[in-house]
Design a protein around this ligand. Structure first.
Ligand SMILES: Cc1ncc(COP(=O)(O)O)c(C=O)c1O
Length: 477
């Protein structure tokens, strides 16, 4: 085998090979399936995959391998473009992002150091500056791309912890947690994502350092309760180092009153982090962005491009209002981030919890430039209107009970004549037969089904079809 044919390149021969390989990949995606997934059982999937010899003695032709992946893997995956795939915040992906992924992988810029990614560094920073502007942050605000909302939240809370250390003259990332840290607390709503607790655990504060503020019936942080929690925590001599507001909770899409939380955080000198993984893209819609009032007051914001910005995994960002916040993270190294760089020679490793890192910013920029602001806004608004329509239908149909007002792209509901086991069976049977992929969760102690609308090509007829399927399946339980 000629080694050169194994590597992606962009000379004439390389481009010819890329073209052929691209055609083979496209052929391999030719799934006969017109459903959210195939009906193979979990056990059958494990059996089928065993036919794959991972590394045979002699390599197999690429076209053959791609075709095998098509019939064995892609044909039995989940289809996010199917309009009955509504379980999670799992989007269909834009054409521009998908093809830009090929350029990202072919050119393989590594975002840790300027000498591995000179123009890519400039573009990522350009995107971060633009995003800071959209959020309403002051000039100079910046950010860094991460692998997901969990990573962005961990990074935001890491900065909050370092900020609390700096306030008492301690560089925590250098000398470790001070004794005072046993009394540090992070507040968030009882609907906040589990990554807040995970961050507290990983950062040595412990998951118990997270104090959950009760939510209203609508699922948003109750500000009166927040005031009570702040007073109670402080009266015990504990220090609130951060308050996390959620812009779009995972199940309900609820948006906390960010402006009021910002006011409280500011009054007590706590870091204000907004987890905008779910509803961050509402800033793109003139009608929806008013729901995020106060996000511009945050110290850090998580935005997940691989949710309601329709990007392939992985693509997320952590934005900070004050670029000097990142100084708290930087560790210089002899081989990478040496500290003797020329003007503009920025090594993004100094802002990230990763070292080597993908150039995901390229696909985000390619998508945003292709879609344009007005179409982007219209697509987000359409998804919210689909969830609203779903809520109306659920309310109209006697079988169902809506469990929360519609805040964003999700609709959660119960079927009062049926128990939790019946809901489980409906969700599992439709999943196993590959007919619909529904969400299942628990809302205020009640078992619930959930539809999350991520596909702007879906219509109200798709919503009707999904609800019809659920009603029919309930009858069989
Ligand atoms: C509100 C919220 N924050 C953070 C996350 C974590 O995002 P990721 O899966 O990209 O790590 C999620 C995931 O659903 C989420 O709903």
């Amino acid at each position: 085998m000629t080694w050169s044919t194994l590597f992606a390149s962009t000379d004439d021969d390389g481009r010819e090979r890329l073209t052929q390989a691209a055609m083979s990949v496209i052929d391999s995606l030719n799934q006969p399936l017109d459903a959210p997934r195939s009906s193979l059982s979990p056990v059958e999937l494990h059996q089928r995959v065993r036919s794959f010899e991972v590394c045979p003695d002699e390599g197999v032709a690429l076209a053959t391998v791609l075709s095998e992946l098509g019939t064995t893997v892609w044909a039995h995956g989940v289809v996010p473009t199917d309009t009955a795939t509504v379980a999670h915040l799992h989007p269909p992906t834009t054409l521009s992002a998908v093809v830009t992924e090929m350029a990202i992988a072919t050119t393989n810029q590594s975002m840790d150091s300027w000498d591995q990614a000179p123009m890519a560094t400039a573009l990522e920073l350009h995107l971060m500056r633009w995003l800071g502007e959209q959020l309403g942050f002051p000039e100079g605000a910046t950010g860094v791309m991460t692998s997901g909302g969990t990573a962005s939240n961990v990074l935001g809370i890491t900065l909050a912890r370092s900020h609390a250390g700096a306030a008492i003259g301690i560089d925590i990332l250098k000398t470790g947690l001070p004794a005072a840290a046993v009394g540090w607390r992070i507040l968030c709503s009882d609907q906040a994502h589990f990554s807040v607790q995970r961050a507290a655990g990983q950062l040595g504060l412990g998951r118990d350092a997270v104090v959950k503020v009760p939510t209203t019936d609508a699922g948003v942080m109750n500000v009166t309760a927040l005031d009570e929690v702040i007073s109670a925590v402080r009266s015990e001599g504990l220090v609130i180092i951060a308050i996390v507001g959620t812009a779009g909770t995972t199940d309900l899409g609820a948006i906390d009153p960010l402006d009021q939380i910002a006011e409280r955080a500011n009054a007590i000198g706590a870091w204000f982090h907004v987890d905008g993984a779910v509803a961050g893209s509402f800033i793109m819609s003139p009608t929806l962005r008013t729901r995020l009032a106060g996000i511009e007051l945050a110290d850090s914001v998580t935005v997940d491009f691989h949710k309601l910005w329709w990007q392939p995994f992985n693509a997320s960002a952590l934005l900070v209002r004050d670029p000097s916040s990142f100084n708290l993270l930087r560790v210089t190294s002899n081989y990478l981030d040496r500290g003797d760089e020329l003007d503009g020679m920025i090594n993004l490793v100094g802002r990230s919890l990763d070292t080597s890192r993908r150039f995901d910013a390229a696909k985000v920029v390619a998508s945003l430039r292709t879609i344009g602001r007005s179409t982007f806004a219209a697509m987000i608004e359409h998804l919210v209107s689909l969830a609203t329509y779903c809520g109306d239908q659920v309310t109209t149909r006697a079988t169902f009970e809506l469990l929360s007002p519609i805040h964003g792209v999700t609709c959660v509901f119960d079927a009062p004549g049926y128990d939790a086991n019946a809901l489980r069976l409906v969700q599992q049977q439709l999943l196993l037969r590959g007919e619909a992929i529904l969400g299942r969760t628990v809302i205020k102690g009640r078992a619930a089904l959930k539809c999350t609308f991520m596909n702007p090509l879906a219509t109200t007829a798709d919503v009707d079809r999904i609800l019809d399927m659920i009603e029919a399946e309930l009858q069989t339980t």
